[in-house]
Structure formats: structure tokens, C-alpha cells
Design a binder for this molecule. Structure first.
Ligand SMILES: [Zn+2]
Length: 103
């Protein structure tokens, strides 16, 4: 059970009401000190605070936000490269299948 049952969170408190958020809210462990929104990992909380409450961060929080942002950017870049590789493999795979079987 969550420690804060006082109705701190509403469905679309910051404009994001995607389905994955409701699905993943089993037992969030990290609460935002400014708006009360809960997160499952500390990195998500750091990223949220950096985006939504940038004026409430001290120097250590800003550094943590920069590190979390850079790590997230690396993950996104890695995902894009892997997705591109899969698309290229699919494209040439079907191209070779077409050349072999349809000509
Ligand atoms: Zn917040």
C-alpha cells in the first residue's frame, strides 16, 4: 500500500495520461517531493524533477539530472541504431528473397 492516500495524485496532473503509467503503478517507491507523483526508479524521478520542477533543483540534483538525461539519450541512440539495423536486415532479406524466388 502506498503511504500517501490523501489524494495527491490525479489522473492527468501534468497532461500525461498514457496507459502505461496506470499499468506500471503497482508499488511505486519514489515520490516527487514537489507534486507527489510516484515513480518506480530513481532515474525516472530525477528526470521528472528536471523536466517539471527545474527551479526546485539544487546543484547535486542538477548534476544527477544531467547524468540521467545523458544515460537516457545513450539508451535512445542505441535503440535507434538497433531498430535501423533490424529494418536494414528486413529490407535486404526480403530483397534477396524476391531476387531468388520471384525472378
Ligand atoms: Zn513532481
Amino acid at each position: 500500500m502506498s503511504a500517501r492516500d490523501s489524494g495527491g495524485r490525479t489522473a492527468g496532473d501534468d497532461g500525461r495520461s498514457d496507459g502505461a503509467d496506470a499499468e506500471a503503478s503497482a508499488d511505486p517507491a519514489f515520490d516527487c517531493g514537489d507534486c507527489g507523483r510516484a515513480f518506480h526508479t530513481e532515474d525516472l524521478l530525477v528526470l521528472h524533477r528536471g523536466v517539471r520542477h527545474p527551479n526546485a533543483l539544487d546543484a547535486a540534483d542538477q548534476e544527477a539530472y544531467r547524468e540521467a538525461y545523458a544515460a537516457e539519450e545513450r539508451e535512445i541512440r542505441s535503440f535507434r541504431l538497433r531498430a535501423l539495423a533490424v529494418l536494414v536486415l528486413l529490407y535486404f532479406g526480403f530483397l534477396f528473397l524476391y531476387v531468388i524466388y520471384a525472378s
